[in-house]
Design a protein around this ligand. Sequence first.
Ligand code: SAH
Ligand code: SF4
Length: 355
Amino acid sequence: MREEIEARFADWKEPAYRVTQLLDWLYRRGATSWDAMSNLPKPLRARLSEQFSLRGLDLVRLQGSRDTTQKFLWRLEDHSLIESVLIPANPALYGEASDRRTLCVSTQVGCAYGCRFCASGLEGWKRNLRPDEIVEQVLAVERWWKAESGESKSGARLIDNLVIMGMGEPLANYDNLMKALRILNAPWGGGIGARKITVSTSGLAPQIRKLADEPLQFRLAISLHGATDEVRNRIMPVNRKYPLKELVDACEYYRQKKGRMLTFEYILIAGVNDGLDQVKPLAQLARRLHAKINLIPYNIVEGLEWTRPDDVAQERFRSALEKQKIPVTLRREKGHDIDAACGQLRLRTERELAA
Ligand code: SAH
Ligand code: SF4
């Protein structure tokens, strides 16, 4: 964080402009070694290298799909694997301008919430990511892109939209997430506008209220996937802790504090939540919260029994919501052929490694 560096540099009697130089190396130019920071004096670089480490992420696997969605699998120092997904020219899914390059980042290794349909939850929760591990996903992808495209102009940025929808439950790693998002948002850091950052949660009601009280205006996506407690209880254990009423009250609070920035994610799973009986309660919730709905056909996870409804059933559900005058999109998600849903590439890689 800027304040931490400022305090340290003040201790060291370094002039203030050195802080700006260091931040520029770290966040704008994506330096990976202290030696590269050529405008910092050598003794300062030596001091920095003794006290801080410039840990990067190791790219273990990169998968690109035909439509150029790209999935990065990273290895951390403790050999944990995490994923980030780069989605170019995303249509405006969360109310942001379209034609943006979006990066989806992870916040935890694994996930403790165990939604029945999700690959990330399958092997449980391992640990929270530190703020630098969250930030570094953005920097590492930017670095990769600069190398790839020969785009070396300092200051040129690749990513202008962030979705916190990779592996893990972001709001369960609240403090580290906020620290990372403040860095990614800061003009001296990632420079990504708060309105271009969408946090997705499976429904941690108390943390949604906490997020509503933050000064920054992040967008919020709720992984709803069911409009009744009956459906949600069946596929999302978190709903037993925070049932729909509690979740909706927290969302209402969020909406009052933040205005219209809510999206419901609704994965269509055949025979589970795609019945037309769900349309009315879903429309009621959306209307009450002024939320828009993103329908996402379920991405099949190896080893799990769930499937996606066929195109006709998907379309039927979508148009029924539209008839209720609810803003709705049916996302033909771009990453389907590269396991883009969260946790799937990691799961597959871990299984291959184990085999
Ligand atoms: N834990 C947070 C954010 C990560 S999950 C959350 O649950 O919102 C990001 C999104 O991917 C969620 O909406 C989740 O429900 C969805 N998802 C998980 N597995 C999926 C699958 N197999 N197919 C489609 N979407 C999936
Ligand atoms: Fe965790 Fe989100 Fe997957 Fe549920 S959907 S298990 S909360 S990552």
